[in-house]
Design a protein around this ligand. Structure first.
Ligand code: COA
Length: 139
């Protein structure tokens, strides 16, 4: 029903921008519809996974990593009309494949913590973050 692709060569950028126009993410550049920044962020990522229904791009996620120790997952986004169909789970599985040796860090958006918990992620007791802007995510 859905298929997943790795890398950015397959990406139809207008369709990718559409996802983040709808769900936000990408450090606020999604909400601002700053497509150049989104494009550059994806191009410079370690691994990108996209979800497709035929020719329609319906979800995307990316990982930053050194490939040796750590990986960070960001911007897991599924078009609202395709959510709760297992696509987010498939995107994460695609990012983790062949990266099982890495310690993976991520932050959830509010309300989606259970999604990550169900996929086996644990709450990090001492995680810290520093943003160049005010954020409701920082205590
Ligand atoms: C969060 C998001 C990526 C989840 O993707 P999805 O395709 O809807 O999730 P899936 O269908 O793969 O869900 C996998 C499991 O998590 C559960 N789940 C998904 N979102 C959930 C939520 N918000 N609260 C509780 N459970 C949730 C599903 O019910 C499913 O459970 P099951 O395996 O027992 O059936 C998607 O809702 C989304 O794009 N949200 C907007 C953008 C966003 O905030 N992304 C998170 C960035 S950190």
């Amino acid at each position: 029903m859905f298929n997943y692709k790795i890398g950015i060569d397959c990406i139809d950028w207008q369709q990718l921008f559409q996802i983040y126009d709808e769900v936000g993410l990408v450090a606020g550049y999604g909400k601002k519809k700053d497509h150049d920044k989104i494009c550059k962020a994806f191009e410079q990522s370690y691994k990108v996974v996209t979800a497709w229904r035929n020719e329609k791009l319906i979800g995307a996620a990316r990982m930053l990593s050194d490939g040796v120790c750590y990986g960070m997952i960001f911007d897991v986004g599924v078009l609202p009309e395709y959510q709760k169909l297992g696509i987010g789970k498939g995107l994460i599985a695609g990012l983790l494949k062949e990266n099982e040796h890495l310690c993976i860090h991520l932050t959830s958006t509010f309300g989606n913590e259970e999604f990550y918990r169900k996929l086996g992620f644990k709450h990090h007791k001492t995680a810290f973050a520093k943003y160049p802007y005010d954020s409701d995510y920082l205590a």
